[in-house]
Design a protein around this ligand. Structure first.
Ligand code: P1T
Length: 391
């Protein structure tokens, strides 16, 4: 196992609980204190104990960053105030004229950041179906600097082959980022498959309790980490210490929660697939999923997210969403409680209607974040809401 502070040789669960953290040397407190301070006293100008100002760094944040690096099997991590701040920091490392090859189905806010903000600063973007490797290869241009991969995608749960895409990128000298929010490092380790960086909305499964917003960038590449730290410090996307503490507390149970999310999602997906009120179910764990084999190759299990089409269009979808009792109608995902939402009206409203239609994000399309309640209660809830959806 090595040194007490060297958790690299331990299993995932041990790293989730201990990685990046040591008992507080002054008190023995087992939990990393919340260093609620903006600044740090210096002995003499420029002589300090490693911390000068909390935008630049903070001990609670450093513990979280060590933990995040540890669970993704990486050397470096930087924590952010949100997943969007992490995305913004990575894109902020690029120069005008650089091209980004992005998947055609990503979180609506990531698309909005690219299309409505960074495009104005001269970055070029193309949006490609990353389940089609020939299309990915053809989309690489001489000025392509970054490939943005979200897998499974939000909300249509397409699965991109990380190893194949990263191998194309690495051969072309293009850096790659995998947004690992939906899978989490418990199920999928993109850096081990050739990705340059991993991005997260830690708001979701890593935090796990719907009580904190956060993000992260994780990598083994020192140059990228320096660039990201520079942007973090310049643009101030840093998280507060209390939020870092909550995220770290959440990660300690990630492995236990994820297994239950997967158990419950598998049961809900099978139930929905057998129900006449549902026209199509999308879950990477179902044999009917078009990239099921790729998911089985690169993921340990298939996650807690399910999307489906309800019979009866918008009116049926509305009745269904208004009728659920255990599921809560809300944006976000990855918490212990089950959430349900309508991507076309809610999380992906910023994606142009034509693009949504092309992806199948129609008015009958519903996304579930399956929580860790009793599976039988979740299925009963879906069943009674589907009965109401019928009208
Ligand atoms: O919400 P924030 O912490 O800023 O994270 C943005 C983000 C990035 N990447 C993925 C894959 C995401 O799903 C998100 C946020 N998504 C939602 C809020 C949602 O309901 O889909």
């Amino acid at each position: 196992m090595g040194l007490k502070s060297d958790w690299t040789k331990t299993g995932f669960a041990t790293r989730a609980i201990h990685g990046g953290q040591e008992p507080d040397p002054s008190t023995g407190a087992i939990m990393t204190p919340i260093f609620q301070t903006s600044t740090f006293v210096q002995e003499s100008p420029g002589v300090f104990k490693g911390y000068e100002y909390s935008r630049t760094s903070n001990p609670t944040r450093v513990a979280l960053e060590g933990n995040l690096a540890s669970i993704e099997g990486a050397k470096y991590a930087r924590a952010f105030a949100s997943g969007s701040a992490a995305t913004a920091a990575i894109l902020g490392c690029l120069d005008p004229g650089d091209h980004v090859l992005c998947g055609d189905d990503v979180y609506g806010g990531s698309f909005r950041l690219m299309d409505k903000v960074y495009r104005r600063f001269g970055l070029e973007f193309s949006y490609v179906d990353q389940t089609d490797l020939a299309a990915v290869k053809a989309a690489i241009r001489p000025n392509t600097k970054l490939c943005w991969i979200e897998t499974p995608t939000n909300p249509t749960l397409k699965v991109a082959d990380i190893e194949e895409i990263c191998s194309l990128c690495n051969a072309a000298g293009v850096a790659s980022v995998v947004d690992n929010t939906f899978a989490t490092p418990f199920l999928q380790l993109p850096l081990s498959l050739g990705a340059t960086m991993v991005a997260h909305s830690t708001t979701k499964y890593l935090g796990g309790h719907s009580d904190v917003v956060g993000g992260a960038v994780i990598t083994n590449d020192e140059e990228w980490m320096e660039r990201v730290q520079f942007i973090l410090n310049c643009m101030g996307g840093n998280p507060g210490p209390q939020d870092c503490f909550l995220t770290m507390r959440g990660i300690k149970t990630l492995h236990v929660r994820m297994d239950r999310h997967c158990d419950n999602a598998e049961k809900c997906a099978a139930f929905l697939e057998s129900h006449p009120g549902v026209s199509k179910v999308i879950y990477p764990g179902l044999a009917s999923h078009p990239q099921h084999d790729i998911a089985a190759k690169q993921m340990k299990r298939f996650g807690g997210m399910i999307s489906f089409h309800v019979v009866g269009g918008l009116e049926a979808a509305r009745r269904f969403l208004e009728s659920v009792q255990v599921f809560s109608l809300a944006e976000s995902l990855g918490g212990v409680e089950s959430l349900i939402e309508h991507p076309a009206i809610m999380t992906h409203a910023s994606v142009p209607a034509e693009a949504r239609e092309a992806l199948g994000i129609h008015d009958d399309f519903i996304r579930l974040s399956v929580g860790i309640e009793e599976a039988s209660d979740l299925i009963e809830d879906l069943e009674q809401a589907l009965a109401k959806a019928k009208g």
